[in-house]
Design a protein around this ligand. Sequence first.
Ligand code: 13P
Length: 287
Amino acid sequence: MLVSAKDMLNKARDGKYAVGQFNINNLEWTKAILLTAQECNSPVILGVSEGAGKYMCGFNTVVAMTKGMIDTLGITVPVALHLDHGTYEGAKACINAGFSSIMFDGSHLPFEENFAKTTALVNTCEVLGLSLEAEVGAIGGEEDGVVGMGECADPDECKKIADLGVTMLAAGIGNIHGKYPENWPGLSFETLEKIKAKVGDMPLVLHGGTGIPDDQIKKAISLGVAKINVNTECQLVFQEATRKYIEEGKDRIGKGFDPRKLLAPGFEAIKAKVKEKMELFGSVGKA
Ligand code: 13P
């Protein structure tokens, strides 16, 4: 069964740990993350971007695949299936498809529009028992080869959105998606503290988990971050493991070409990475 992320995040906030959101791309990714969560007895959030949803043949397919796996693999830890950086239309499509958690990212819109659209979704999600993540202060990242530094959210805007009754809030604190550039100054804990002071109990979300040093992750958790998103790091370890398998010529030995063998090292690498993150975030044993 899929659950809302509300309880797991409130527990994480109170227990001073964070739940990982790991983005999925296909069957192998989903299976690796679900099995690791079960082995670690950890709650988990599966993140699905609109692009990944399209790649996996639509949100209905993603819901059916995930529910099927939870059932067949005997997954008993809490699992939330969460739209990552959704548009307003995407949010509605995922609600209809049966996602248990939604992110509406209106951070790039004029604040009034972000506020209005988040308000509408708060009401819908509340009625349906789904968790809702909102975003203030766009998270930077690479676009067309240019890496934009992450914005720092305005704490007053954060409070206005938090007061709408969203479940969790993603606020830019200098974090960016993908690899961090050499000259990245690190997370702005000053901004995080100001936001936390304004939003009180609201669990905060840290995007761009890939490449943030462990000590900064721990400090962010101590200051109110209860959900951390990781995507690129799983892609990188999958890539490295797959490359190694092929470079060692293993795909040419016996039935090494069988996709179940070819994808196995990458699958195991994702499992190891997710376990490492769950240990770092402190969610092991917290299901
Ligand atoms: P990374 O790809 O940098 O880990 O970021 C993931 C993320 O924040 C998804 O929303």
